[in-house]
Design a protein around this ligand. Structure first.
Ligand SMILES: [Zn+2]
Length: 523
């Protein structure tokens, strides 16, 4: 008797457990109703490129967003990467962030290797009385895909080289269309374009850099003009300006205009201009990386880091300005990265508030990677440093005979130095004990600071040679740590003195470092 009661009870418990699993499973699924699927345009070709599709399952418009048709306009492509994560409430959002992959990789406007009549991809689309069908493989594949999807809207993200409002072109040259919304007055609501304009201009303080509406429509044979004049559907080109504005500024402008447009169309029920990544959950199988790209970070350094991260399909990088180092932004990411330039200027740019945001992000489980200046920034050495890892920095002024007082951190121009991974470093970077050359440019020479509350760091790599500019520096760099890793709260920090991201064949050390400090259990 007792036996069968126990069995019944066990059965009951098992059913409850099954129900809870099913219920939790269902609940999680409905939280991320907007599942992102992807396919490839031009599958199997050298120009194949991902198409991301978010189908809400609710009746509504189909909106297509394209970026990277011109390869030297990266902000449109990067903004589109972020926009694909926005939680739409109805209809279907289709995002093609890197339409022209080869041009993007070459950082060129025109398609590399294309014959003259095809080189500008945004002049290859059909237009009444010019050409009925698209020209060239990429335009043809994209146009056929559009015909198949029959979009209600198209937004094509671009960048100009100068602000249209203030550009004074040389005689005979057209004004750049930078910082404009190019639309067709006949084809879309004036309220919507005015609101999009206002949302972009909310981000712009200088009058000579404000956005303008260009209502005469996109140039003939552009993708947007084809959607307007062949499909008879509304389309716009959203142009930011790459001169004088770094990527975070430009992508923010694209996102602001797109968020306003999608709210207006009814696809979004809230502003998503600051949504960079999908909600954090155990099912994320991409590591989302915030890369600081503003005052103090060298543009060349940011470009090298971006390239290293982009090469790893498991990483998705977003560029953040100093103003964007906010808790609600950083918490969307797994890892934050500060690269080369000037650590003190990076600290000054993010300010005391930004520094606290970064410290809290790591304390709560975020990862931090500092390269060169970023390694100075995370040290426990300076009044302005973040105190994330227990490093003392070799610095201070010494009298150098015949040269006066010299700062000891400065060792002159970029050189190659020898480096060797420790056993821990071999695990993190999937390398061996062989000594190899790595670019070095005045990265910090560190030793334990023994700062109260900070745990000792683990050395991942040693310098096995040194760069000496002044005699007192002799013997102070060789056999000191080149890369160290430490814990801060629930988070992890890797401080990298040299530049593997700028060293041929060692670029992948950067994605490896990101994976090592990410708390995503899948990596
Ligand atoms: Zn363009």
């Amino acid at each position: 008797m007792i036996h069968s009661q126990l069995l019944r009870w066990l059965w009951f418990k098992a059913l409850l457990w099954l129900y809870s699993i099913a219920h939790v499973g269902f609940g999680q699924h409905s939280v991320q109703a907007q599942e992102l699927t992807s396919t490839l345009l031009g599958r199997g070709t050298h120009w194949q490129t991902p198409i991301y599709i978010q189908d809400s399952g609710v009746d509504g418009p189909t909106v297509i967003v394209t970026g990277g048709i011109h390869g030297n306009e990266p902000a449109g492509s990067r903004a589109a990467q972020q926009i694909k994560h926005w939680p739409i409430r109805k209809g279907k959002l289709i995002v093609i962030p890197k339409v022209n992959v080869a041009a993007l990789a070459a950082d060129k406007r025109y398609t590399p290797g294309a014959e003259d009549s095809l080189r500008d991809l945004n002049r290859n689309f059909p237009f009444p009385d010019i050409h009925d069908s698209p020209k060239g493989e990429i335009a043809t594949a994209l146009w056929n895909y559009l015909l198949d999807q029959d979009p209600d809207w198209l937004f094509d993200l671009h960048e100009g080289y100068h602000f249209n409002i203030s550009h004074q072109p040389p005689p005979g040259k057209d004004k750049s269309v930078g910082s404009t919304i190019i639309c067709d007055r006949q084809k879309q609501s004036g309220v919507m374009t005015e609101r999009m304009l206002a949302s972009a201009n909310d981000l712009v303080t200088r009058p000579d850099r404000k956005f303008l509406l260009k209502e005469r429509g996109p140039k003939r044979t552009t993708l947007a003009s084809a959607v307007i004049h062949v499909l008879g559907k509304p389309a716009m080109i959203l142009e930011t300006t790459h001169q004088f504005q770094r990527i975070p500024v430009r992508t923010a402008q694209h996102r602001a205009m797109m968020s306003t447009a999608l709210v207006q169309i009814g696809m979004l029920d809230k502003d998503c201009a600051n949504v960079f990544a999908p909600p954090k959950s155990s099912s994320r199988d991409i590591i989302y990386v915030a890369l600081y790209d503003d005052t103090g970070a060298s543009e060349n350094g940011v470009a090298n880091l971006t390239k290293a991260f982009d090469a790893d399909a498991k990483l998705e990088v977003s560029h953040l300005s100093s103003d964007q180092i906010k808790a609600e932004n950083l918490e969307q990411f797994d890892v934050v990265v500060f690269g080369g330039g000037s650590g003190s200027k990076e600290a000054e740019a993010i300010g005391v508030e930004g520094a606290e945001v970064v410290r809290n992000f790591v304390k709560n489980g975020g990862g931090y990677i500092g390269v060169c200046a970023g390694a100075y920034l995370c040290s426990a050495h300076y009044t302005w440093s973040l105190n994330l890892v227990d490093t003392h920095v070799l610095t201070g002024k010494r009298l150098v005979e015949g040269q006066g007082e010299k700062s000891m951190w400065y060792r002159g121009k970029v050189t190659k130095q020898k480096m060797q991974l420790t056993e821990e470093g071999q695990k993190v970077f999937a390398g061996d004990a062989a000594i190899f050359d790595v670019k070095y440019q005045n990265g910090p020479i560190v030793s334990p600071r023994n700062f109260p509350g900070l745990k000792p760091y683990t050395v991942l790599s040693w310098f096995r040679s040194e760069k000496v500019l002044y005699p007192p520096q002799e013997g102070t760099m060789v056999n000191t740590p080149a890369i160290v890793m430490g814990d801060y709260g629930k988070g992890k920090v890797i401080s990298i003195s040299p530049h593997p991201e700028a060293t041929d064949n060692y670029e992948a050390m950067l994605p490896s470092a990101v994976k090592a400090v990410s708390r995503n259990p899948k990596f």
